[in-house]
Design a protein around this ligand. Structure first.
Ligand SMILES: C[C@H](O)[C@H](O)CC(=O)C(=O)O
Ligand SMILES: [Mg+2]
Length: 394
């Protein structure tokens, strides 16, 4: 096994949901007047697709070993990410040993520093890294959580993100995170509507169910503070991604301003141990939420998590389906996980990366037994019904 090498890496693009989970059809809750940094422009307020949230699509990375075993992973990145894999990163992957994950990561990161560091390039590196872990698991015939050092729990528990925490409660989730609909440019009336929506949901779910608000980078410190103070009487558990991911100073101020007991969370658009070091050392948040498909992959997430542990911060990864489940199962400081409700009305559980993966496990009654994650690698296959396109076939 130690002598197996990597024969080929291939990068494909896919459209329609899946890893680019914002790439949904009309009428989906995820694109219904959600507050964003673009909401200050009225013409981009109603729909995130209108400003291009789904412009990238999904990247699929396939890595084939010398014995013919194929590992793969999906993330957001589409055609530009496929270019980076095929034209730049392939040289560090093909010919390497299948166990060279750490070295390949370092070479991908160091060689792209002059145009990378965050965003698309790190999404791309994450996709390659996850495909390498999948490949190694498939070669060893072990699930990735074994390769990470083994599970620390027999069952994962989930909160749900979507428009209907009241339905999520009935489905057995431990909490519900709603998108914020109105931002600072919608003034006092928007703030009032935000608080009314929270109050209505609190009435529906009763006093004990967790309720959270996802602000998708759209607020300023003043607005976020007013929202947090107003939301306190409705038992808001956390305020998420209230500010721009570049505003570490704003997050540190917000964390001081929120009512005692309310948590500040962020990090889904942060990348690498260096980005998370800023969040942790500057005291920006209580929970970090790296997306394993965007933060640098599993190799990097393990390092980020160790850093968080030393700062007494929880790591609750953003979305990312099986890629985060295998990680969460192995970490003491990841006591629960996120499940994104991808049904258009958030009224039923469908696989998070539907329709791109086959065999993607879902929570049942808000929970997932470890045995659902016992197949080799990440335990999923590509759905052959989804059209793969390889734009840069070398
Ligand atoms: C609902 C949010 O706006 C976003 O689409 C998903 C997200 O940020 C999260 O799951 O967290
Ligand atoms: Mg979020």
């Amino acid at each position: 096994m130690g002598h197996l090498t990597i024969k080929h890496v291939r990068a494909f693009v896919l459209r329609g949901g899946g890893a680019d989970y914002h790439d949904q059809a009309d009428g989906h809750w995820i694109d219904d007047h959600i507050s964003t940094p673009m909401s200050k422009y009225p013409e981009y307020r109603q729909s995130r697709r209108s400003f291009g949230i789904n412009v990238l699509g999904t990247l699929v990375v396939e890595i084939e070993a010398s014995d013919g075993t194929v590992g793969f992973a999906v993330t957001t990145g589409g055609e530009p990410a496929a270019y980076i894999v095929e034209k730049h990163l392939a040289r560090f992957i093909e010919g390497a040993r299948v166990t060279d994950i750490e070295k390949i990561w370092d070479q991908m990161y160091q060689s792209t520093l002059f145009y990378g560091r965050k965003g698309l390039v790190i999404n791309t590196i994450s996709g390659v890294d996850l495909a390498l872990w999948d490949l190694l698991g498939k070669i060893r015939q072990e699930p990735v959580h074994h390769l990470l050092g083994g599970a620390v729990r027999d069952e994962l528990q989930f909160y749900a993100t979507g428009a209907r925490p009241d339905l999520a409660q009935k489905m057995g989730f431990i909490g519900g995170k709603m998108p914020l609909h109105h931002g600072p440019s919608e003034g006092e009336e928007g703030l009032r509507k935000n608080l009314e929506a929270l109050a209505t949901m609190r009435e529906r779910v009763g006093p004990d169910f967790w309720l959270m608000l996802d602000c998708w980078m759209s607020l300023d410190v003043n607005y976020a503070t007013k929202l947090a103070i107003g939301a306190h009487e409705h038992g808001l558990k956390w305020i998420e991604e209230a500010l721009s991911p570049d505003d570490y100073w704003g997050y540190a101020a917000l964390r001081n301003n929120v009512p005692k007991g309310m948590l500040v969370t962020t990090g889904e658009h942060e990348a690498t141990r260096w980005g998370f070091r800023m969040l942790l050392e500057m005291g920006c948040c209580d929970i970090i939420q790296p997306d394993v498909g965007w933060c640098g992959g599993l190799t990097e997430l393990v390092k980020i998590s160790a850093l968080a542990d030393a700062h007494n911060a929880m790591v609750v990864p953003h979305g990312s389906s099986v890629y985060s489940y295998h990680f969460v199962a192995t970490r003491h400081n990841s006591p629960f996980a996120e499940f994104l409700m991808m049904a258009p009305k958030a009224d039923e559980v469908v696989p998070m990366f539907h329709p791109q993966l086959l065999g993607e496990p879902v929570p049942v009654n808000g929970r997932m037994r470890l045995s659902a994650l016992d197949k080799p690698g990440f335990g999923v296959d590509l759905n052959p019904d989804c059209q793969l396109h390889r734009p840069y076939n070398r």
